[in-house]
Write a protein that binds this ligand. Structure first.
Ligand SMILES: C[S@@+](CC[C@H](N)C(=O)[O-])C[C@H]1O[C@@H](n2cnc3c(N)ncnc32)[C@H](O)[C@@H]1O
Ligand code: SF4
Length: 333
């Protein structure tokens, strides 16, 4: 699948729930969130069918996300069915990490069970190592569980584990060096992500927006110049650097300030309520659940995917006219 601007779509992000056990200020700011009714969420069967069709059209990577994907019932049963889909060769999950260390019914940790099910890459959100700041940012005092979850993921031997930190001036600007040291000690890739006005535009103002260029300057003041690694890619929009004198890789995701950010976009998103969203930073979305539930054939669903890709915008509108209409938690990040 290729759009009008030459973006070749090989990556589908699939949100399987709008629910979450945390309440991050930038994602799900309101305590009283109304969840979607169960019948308005794609069943696993429906989701698997749509992933199979996407794979027939050239998608080779899926990342399961949410909300918090590990809060959905029988998520393991769902994930176990993904490797059988022809064409998929990269299965990832994005999680806040709180449940990775929990024991499953098979006596394994959730991380171990996901690895055994065929997941090869895990992204774990970690904005701070300070317990109080963690609780303020996420609305929950779960840092110890997340640290356990990270260790469980390391024990499970995923080929790729990334820590994701959303940059917020005044909140975690002082955490960059501690997070880098933590990632080095655990031998994990750490990525810094610019705050985006997805759920509501007031998350973003001069006082809390911390651009990646400034974060990089602060990091270089401590570690010396970072060494660019233009050839290292993980299928996402990050640019990577090595820390001099260390075998450590850092990523920077400059969704707001990098004007070339969208050029290499290879993504399409499927929301948990069955909308195909060609771009995170554009209000455009298309209701594939409706046609699927109206009895569409595989050929019709394939055509639906192609029509959506045809409408993928050249770039996101976060910098200009974007009107946040949906919670990040419902889209899936
Ligand atoms: C929506 S979450 C879903 C998966 C999981 N619950 C988690 O927290 O990783 C996916 C990613 O989006 C990031 N995110 C959420 N809201 C954001 C925002 N306004 N700007 C930048 N990143 C955001 C989170 O930090 C997380 O890394
Ligand atoms: S970023 Fe992840 S953990 Fe935080 S509220 Fe959103 S979905 Fe939940």
């Amino acid at each position: 699948m290729e759009d009008r601007y030459g973006h070749r779509i090989s990556y589908l992000r699939v949100s399987i729930t709008d629910r979450c056990n945390e309440r991050c200020t930038y994602c799900m700011p309101h305590e009283l969130q109304e969840w979607l009714a169960r019948e308005d969420v794609l069943t696993y069967e429906e989701t698997l069918r749509l992933i199979r069709i996407a794979a027939e059209l050239g998608v080779s990577k899926v990342r399961i996300t949410g909300g918090e994907p590990l809060t959905r019932r029988d998520v393991l049963g769902f994930v176990q069915r993904l490797p059988a889909i022809p064409g998929l060769n990269d299965i990832g999950i994005s999680t806040n990490g709180t449940l990775l260390g929990r024991e499953t019914t098979t006596g394994q940790t959730m991380a171990g069970a996901l690895r055994a099910a065929g997941v090869n890459s895990v992204n774990i959100s970690l904005d701070t190592l300070d317990r109080e700041t963690y609780a303020q940012t996420t609305g929950r005092d779960f840092l110890p569980q997340v640290l356990d979850g990270i260790d469980a993921a390391i024990t499970a031997q995923f080929p790729l584990i990334k820590l994701n930190c959303v940059l917020m001036r005044g909140r975690n600007g002082d955490q960059l060096i501690p997070l880098i040291d933590f990632a080095a000690e655990k031998n994990l890739i750490l990525r810094f992500i610019e705050l985006m006005p997805v759920s509501h535009s007031d998350v973003l103002d001069e006082t809390n927006f911390l651009p990646i260029a400034e974060a990089r300057r602060n990091i270089e003041a401590r570690f010396g110049p970072l060494i660019p690694e233009p050839t290292f890619r993980t299928n996402g929009p990050s640019t990577y650097f090595k820390v001099a004198g260390r075998d450590q890789r850092l990523g920077f995701i400059g969704a707001m300030t990098n004007l070339h950010f969208c050029e290499s976009c290879n993504k399409l998103r499927l929301t948990c309520d069955g909308k195909l969203r060609p771009c995170l930073g554009s209000y455009l979305e298309f209701d594939i659940m409706k046609v699927l539930r109206a009895g569409a054939s595989d050929a019709e669903l394939r055509q639906f995917f192609l029509d959506v890709v045809e409408r993928k915008p050249e770039q996101h509108d976060f910098r200009e006219s974007y009107q946040p209409g949906r919670m990040m938690v419902a889209i899936g990040g």
